[in-house]
Design a protein around this ligand. Structure first.
Ligand SMILES: Nc1nc2c(ncn2[C@@H]2O[C@H](COP(=O)(O)OP(=O)(O)O)[C@@H](O)[C@H]2O)c(=O)[nH]1
Ligand SMILES: [Mg+2]
Length: 220
């Protein structure tokens, strides 16, 4: 590729990321103005993002106004699963894009009556991917990264950036450890080494183990 063309591509990418950060700041301001606590939930396909949101919604829906934004390439399966727990959802189909971006969220914040969620909670389930969301912050107050033990004991070491940029790390599917025989403590140590400020919580969305700890970590 000619040098001039290559430098144009880099400029465009930097522009995209800068614009995204500006919009994310605006989103953050809007959410704060309404006293809405917000969480960007990232993790690979199948890690248990939706399952954990289902159990959290079930436990919090009676006390809090909750909105869930579900990013997915094509379906609204996850949004339908979560709505069964008495929580409002908005589905964003991203097509070929492998992460939500701040523009998606800004459009939703413009079109939803945020008064309904004043002092409530916004959960954003990002598109299932452990790489793309690193580049696009959304303006949420905290980022939660979810991995599961079935992704292998090296999954944290292999994705340091996302763990550096997150506030809470969940190691899910611990109920399967009788079969997997993973050293979960070592996974916790890997995460601590990458980001000493991270709250790390091993959970099971099936047995409910440590879900109360996860809810406590949200500080809502
Ligand atoms: N055994 C077990 N299965 C789980 C757990 N969490 C999720 N699953 C299952 O893993 C599959 C993918 O979960 P899902 O929530 O859709 O993952 P997502 O793609 O990250 O949203 C589903 O069949 C869930 O029932 C868990 O803690 N333990
Ligand atoms: Mg999901």
């Amino acid at each position: 590729m000619p040098e001039e063309q290559a430098s144009k591509i880099i400029e465009l990418n930097e522009d995209l990321i800068e614009n995204n950060e500006r919009l994310a700041d605006q989103n953050n301001g809007t959410l704060k103005q309404y006293g809405i606590k917000s969480f960007d939930i990232v993790g690979a396909i199948g890690a248990g993002k939706t399952a954990l949101l289902e159990i959290i919604s079930e436990r919090l829906a009676k006390k809090h106004q909750i909105l869930v934004i579900n990013g997915d390439v094509a379906t609204r399966i996850d949004a339908d699963r979560i709505e069964q727990h008495g929580v409002k959802t908005i589905q964003v189909n991203t097509g070929r894009e492998c992460a939500l971006n701040a523009y998606h969220i800004s459009q939703i914040l413009k079109n939803v009556d945020l008064n309904k969620y004043r002092n409530g909670i916004l959960f954003i389930e990002n598109v299932g991917n452990l790489i793309c969301p690193s580049d696009f912050i959304l303006g949420a107050e905290k980022r939660i990264v979810i991995v599961s033990i079935t992704e292998g004991e090296w999954v944290i070491k292999k994705h340091p950036l996302l763990f550096k940029l997150s506030d809470i790390a969940v190691i899910n599917k611990i109920d399967l450890n009788d079969v997997m025989e993973i050293n979960i403590e070592e996974m916790v140590n890997d995460a601590k080494e990458i980001n000493p400020n991270l709250k790390i919580i091993p959970t099971s969305a099936i047995t409910g183990e440590n879900i109360s700890e996860l809810i406590n970590a949200l500080e809502i």
